[in-house]
Structure formats: structure tokens, C-alpha cells
Design a binder for this molecule. Structure first.
Ligand code: GLY
Length: 360
């Protein structure tokens, strides 16, 4: 099967996203052809390493690229400075130097950790992304955001550091837990709302083949998300402007995620956050009731949650203020104006936010 290619055009930092089934076993050949590095550390969590570590190691061994697998415990709890310190020491002990590179094999946590590590180890070494969750394939592996959490908040320490390539093997979705697949679909719906009304309609019409992971459908879906992400990042790599639209659903979503003590996974919290943002947009007069209902209905169609569980209002508001997108106490919201178009604003009345947090 031919590969689907998407380019992220960032001048000398440009790279290709390759999308195809069976790609894991062809990554070595591509790395060899592109002469990225002759030695790699594959960074993966313990769950994904068991599933795919050996296949990736073999793919590199087949073309005589030296590679070693280094693992860390699975889960968001590992996305911290200690893991970065431990992995740095491990790389140093194994003699990795600035000619060598890293491969992030895993979901969003692995990509964020590995990208951050690559950006600071020996003052920066090359890395490539091999995302194995839908969320990482359509969002976090593309665009160069890296980082870790600190006790004061999620992703508060990090860098912008682009990978040299992204390899998306569709086959790995077969082993993805259903809940994580659903979480990724929330980010997929996000692209329709913020950027592409046709894609929004396509998602409505193709719900069953998407949920069945029909091959051509999933390739089209991932490719369209990556194209949109690339277009946005190409205009605003460091999130000074338009890139902020990618945070649609994340402002209230992050607060819900934190208030749930992370028992609600990121994607599901984003689904709730998108419904809440749509309601807020209706209240502020920038979105029609009909479009807000269409957003909610598509989210429901994909079996995602649409209501905020009953949390203390003050707790939710505390987390809203702690969001790193908050500037000088002003919370910024990404509000839809129509399907396919959003605006970023801090001009939102507190009573409207409170009403949404209470009743959405
Ligand atoms: N996930 C949002 C961004 O990459 O900007």
C-alpha cells in the first residue's frame, strides 16, 4: 500500500509525516535513506515497549542502524522532571552523544517526554516521533510541543522542538484501549469545529467506518487532521496567535480533567470542554443554538461525554486560572463562531462562565 504523506513546512525545520499500515517495520529503511543518525535510543513506556519495541528494534537492525530500547513506567504520572533526569542519566551511561538520536515510540506522554529530552540532552539532539495512540497521531506528535508536568500544573515546563520525521503506523490502533481511541476522536472532532466544516460533515457521515477503524477511512481521517495541524503550525509555530485555536475545548477541559483528579482522560475532558465552550459561545452571542447543538450531537455520536460532572464551582475556577493559557488572571477561551471557524477571546462575562460551569 502506498504511503500517505503530509509535509510540515517550517523552512529548515520542515519534516514529513508518513501514514500507512505496516510502517513500523519500514522505519529503519527510511531513517537509513534520510541519514538522520546512525544510532538511536528508542524511548517507550513499559506497555508500548512490550507491544512494539522488538519490531522497531528489528526494523533498525535490518539496515544496520544501532538502537537500544529504554523504558519508563506507563501513565501521565511519569511525565515529570524525575523521568527526564533518569532518562538523561541512562543515555549518558550508555554513551549516547550529540551525533545520536531519539525515537519516541508511544502515545502523547512518550512523545512529550522524548521531545523534551531530545531538546535538552547535549543541548539538543535529533528525534523522530512514532505515535501509537490516535491522540498522538492526530495531534501531539505533530508541531513540536514538548514538555513535562510539575506539581503546580500540566505541561508547565517544556520547549518547542520539532521532530525530524513522524511515522504513523495505522496497525497499532488495533491494540489501543477503546477509551483511548475515543479520547483521540475528541481531538479529531476539534479540527472540524475549528477549521473545516466539510471535515465536520464527513465525520458525521462516516461515524461507523471510523469507529470500525476501516483502513482507508482512518487514513483519510488522520491525514486530514495532520494537514490542518500542519497548516496551523506553519503559520504560528510558537503559539503567539492562530495556533491558540488548537486549544479549543482545552480551557474548561483541562479544569475538568484536573478536578476529576485525572480520572477523566484528556480526550474525554476535551469533549466536555468543547460542549462547554460552544454553550459559552451561544451565551456571548457569537454562535447559533443550532450550531452548538450540532457540535454536541457529533460529540455524542462518537460516544463521548458532553456534560461537566458536578464539581465545586470554586475548584473548577481555581483550575481555570491555573491554566497556562491564562495571562495576568485573564482566562482565554476559544469560542466557535460557526462550524469551521473560531475566535480566541478573554471578553467573556464571569456570570456566563459560572452558568456554563454549573449547568453544562
Ligand atoms: N495540542 C495543541 C498544539 O499542539 O498546539
Amino acid at each position: 500500500m502506498t504511503e500517505t504523506l503530509v509535509t510540515v513546512g517550517l523552512g529548515e525545520r520542515s519534516y514529513l509525516i508518513r501514514i500507512s499500515p505496516g510502517l513500523l517495520s519500514r522505519i529503519g529503511a527510511d531513517l537509513r535513506e534520510r541519514k538522520i543518525c546512525n544510532r538511536f535510543a528508542i524511548i517507550s513506556d513499559e506497555r508500548v515497549a512490550v507491544l512494539y519495541g522488538e519490531r522497531l528494534l528489528q526494523s533498525l537492525a535490518d539496515v544496520s542502524i544501532s538502537a537500544e530500547l529504554i523504558t519508563f513506567p506507563a501513565g501521565e504520572a511519569a511525565k515529570n522532571m524525575q523521568t527526564i533526569a533518569d532518562l538523561s542519566s541512562e543515555l549518558a551511561r550508555r554513551g549516547f552523544d550529540r551525533r545520536d538520536g531519539l525515537i519516541a515510540l508511544g502515545g502523547g506522554v512518550t512523545g512529550d517526554i522524548t521531545g523534551f529530552l531530545a531538546s535538552i540532552y547535549m543541548r539538543g539532539i535529533p528525534f523522530v516521533q512514532v505515535p501509537t495512540s490516535l491522540l498522538a497521531q492526530v495531534d501531539s506528535s505533530v508541531g513540536g510541543k514538548t514538555g513535562v508536568d510539575i506539581p503546580e500544573g500540566k505541561n508547565l515546563v517544556g520547549t518547542f522542538y520539532q521532530p525530524k520525521a513522524v511515522y504513523i503506523d495505522i496497525d497499532v490502533l488495533q491494540t489501543l484501549p477503546v477509551e483511548e481511541l475515543q479520547g483521540g476522536l475528541a481531538e479529531v472532532i476539534k479540527y472540524g469545529v475549528i477549521y473545516d466544516a466539510d471535515f465536520f460533515s464527513w465525520l458525521k457521515d462516516n461515524r461507523d467506518p471510523v469507529l470500525d477503524l476501516h483502513l482507508e477511512t482512518i487514513i483519510s481521517l488522520i491525514a486530514r487532521c495532520c494537514e490542518i495541524k500542519a497548516e496551523v503550525v506553519e503559520q504560528d509555530e510558537r503559539e503567539g496567535g492562530i495556533r491558540r485555536i488548537l486549544n479549543f475545548g482545552h480551557t474548561i477541559g483541562h479544569a475538568v480533567e484536573a478536578a476529576s483528579d485525572f480520572s477523566i482522560i484528556h480526550g474525554k475532558a476535551v469533549a466536555i470542554g468543547m460542549c462547554a465552550a460552544a454553550e459559552l459561545a451561544v451565551k456571548t452571542g457569537c454562535l447559533s443554538r443550532e450550531d452548538a447543538d450540532a457540535i454536541r450531537s457529533l460529540i455524542e455520536q462518537y460516544n463521548l461525554p458532553v456534560t461537566i460532572p458536578e464539581y465545586d464551582l470554586d475548584v473548577l475556577k481555581k483550575y481555570l486560572l491555573a491554566d497556562k493559557k491564562t495571562v495576568a488572571g485573564q482566562v482565554f477561551y476559544v469560542l466557535p463562531e460557526a462550524i469551521g471557524r473560531v475566535k480566541v477571546t478573554d471578553q467573556v462575562r464571569v456570570e456566563d462562565v459560572d452558568a456554563v460551569l454549573r449547568n453544562c
